[in-house]
Design a protein around this ligand. Sequence first.
Ligand code: IPE
Ligand code: IPE
Ligand code: MG
Length: 253
Amino acid sequence: MSTGQRQGDNAQGPVHVAIIMDGNGRWAKMRNLPRQEGHRRGLEALRRTVRNADELGIKVLTLYSFSTENWRRPQAEVSFLMGLLRRFVEKDLEELHGSGVRVRIIGGRDDLTPDLRGLVEHAETVTRGNTGMTLVVAFNYGARDEIARAARGLAADVAAGRIAAATIDEAMLSSRLDTHDLPDPELVIRTSGETRISNFLLWQAAYAEFVFTPVLWPDFDRAALEEALAEYRRRERRFGGLAEPADRKVGAA
Ligand code: IPE
Ligand code: IPE
Ligand code: MG
C-alpha cells in the first residue's frame, strides 16, 4: 500500500515502525550465558517495546522474530524460538486483547506445526475487531518468500483466466502480500549494530527511513525507541522528488 506521503509529513509520524530485533546471542555471549538466555531476555524487550510503542502513539508495530533463513540454526535453538512464540501467544494474548491490540502474523505458515499455526490463527481471529495498535509478528518471514508466494497466486489466477496478465500492477501485487491490510513502514530500526536488511520487508520498505542502533535487542528500552523516533523526525523524505518547492520550479523551467 502506498502511503502517499510527501516530504515534511514525518514531523508527527511514523505510523508504522518495523524492527529487526537483533543481538540476543551477543548479549548472552557477553555475559557468558547460553544463547537461549539472550532470547528469553529478548522476549522481555519485545513485551516492553509493544507497551512503549503503544504509549508513544505508534499505530502499527512490526517485529521480525524469525526469518526463513533462521531455520539454518542448530535444531535446539530453532525449537527454543518456536517455543518462545508459542508461549508468547499463549501467555500474552489475553493482555494484548485487553489493551485493544490487533495481532497479525506475517510469514509462511506451511512450515509451522499444525498446533503453532492454530495458535497464530486463533490470535488473529480473537483480536480481529480490535481498534488499538496493530502488532505484526514476522515469523518464518522472508520478503523473497512473501513476494514469490504472491507471484504464484497471481500466476494461478492468470492461468485460470480470473485476471489478465496485463492488469497486474504494483497495487495488485501489494494486495497479495502478507501485509495487504497494512500501511508501509515509514521507519525500520535494526538493533545490534548490523547494517543490513536480512530479507525483511523488501517491497514495503522501498521508501522507509532506516535507523541502525548499536544497542543489543535485550537492552532495547524506551529511551532507545524514542531516540530512533527522534532520528526519524530529523530526516527529510523526498520520495524521488525535490526538497523545496523553489527547487521544483527550477526543474519545470
Ligand atoms: C536475534 O538475535 C533473534 C533472532 C534472529 C531470532 P540473534 O540470535 O540473531 O543474536 P546474534 O545476532 O547472534 O547476536
Ligand atoms: C535477522 O537477524 C532476523 C531476525 C531478527 C528475526 P539475523 O541475526 O538472522 O540476521 P543475519 O543472519 O545477521 O543477517
Ligand atoms: Mg543476529
